[in-house]
Design a protein around this ligand. Sequence first.
Ligand code: LLP
Length: 414
Amino acid sequence: MSSYIKNIDFFKGNKPEDLVSEFGTPLYVYNESVIRKQMRKVEGLIKKYPYTANYSIKSNSNLSILKIALEEGLNADAMSVNEMRILLLAGFPAERIFFVPNNVSSEELTFAHDNNIITSLDSIDQLDRFGKLFPGSRCAVRINPGVGAGHHEKVVTAGKKTKFAIAEEDIDTVFEVAAKYDLKIVGINQHVGSLYMVPDPFIAAIGNFLRIARKFPNLEFIDFGGGFGTPYHKLNDEAPFDIDKLSKEMEPILDDFVSDYGYAPLFKSEPGRYCVAESSLILGRVFATKSNYGHKYAGTDIGMNVLARPTLYDSWHDIEVIRNNEVVSLEDGTDVITVTGNICESGDILAKERELPIIKTEDLVAVLDAGAYGYSMSSSYNLRPRCAEVLIQEDGNVKLIRRRETFEDLISLF
Ligand code: LLP
């Protein structure tokens, strides 16, 4: 597609220059309809058996987005005390929250326990700590099935070389520790990796996980994890992740399991990116253009402090150029150009030597697919305050859903 912004009428009639004159740049802009559409798709993944999608809030924990997830009927997973607290604040009841931490203190485990939030333990050591603290309790364990997948080695969360979860060969020890403290293992979970673009690795992962699940009697739930991908190359017509195909391909595997196991426990998934990535773009301003030793640069205010993914994982985010509120077409001429931020690091690069419409100083750039692991991984490096976030609501009205940080916010901790 030549323009995502035009294709889905992203701004719903609002003018990008009006948004940035009211809220400043850089600015995270979210489209509520996209969030709801994606959340409904994951809700429909398993229809035949009891199922919930747990929205993985590490991808985006803006309170307004959590309230949308709650309204859409999603459950949620949390990685920390504050993620649990913000879910409670958003109105999620304890039974709709799943705590899936790693390497946490007794205080964090106690917070979950005191709030009746079920916890998954990620090592024998943590299971032992939990057992000592709360003998006789219900809990889950996270299993590492020995194989992983993902878009970058830094996001592969299972397999023989990651810090996550309990190896399959240690399952007997899980049962020993559980027996020692009279713990009831009511659920098992896995998360194999992030950003599958086709169902096959997820299908393989659930088949394998259900084989392991057969070793656990009386499970109340089985959580397959997240990882459903986002087409980050949508301007080059990359196809979206086909969740309907996944749904169909999962069905016989679930049928087999249920008939062997004797009943259907609650099945869960844990999507983060799929729910929110495409719902947001970052608007930033081009403040300088130049050519250095034959290489062209467009310098914007969207630095690695605003969006860390390109620097951290070499991730690709499509970029559209906006001039006088209109998306500039590739047909009006192109340049091969590197788009950078304003941070004092040579790795502060949004797009390297990319063919883009000709960019002029004072243009706006829109960095697409920024809704997942965008704001939530942003920082105040170089003492740049974190951005504001606005939501284009379904009726087209714009709502400020997080104000921009100020200098006073930054120094208030000293
Ligand atoms: N469940 C667990 C236990 C996880 O560790 C994760 C992500 C998810 C669910 C959600 O995965 P998703 O559906 O969003 O792929 N910052 C990286 C991604 C790190 C993912 C970490 N775990 C990125 O920007 O690509």
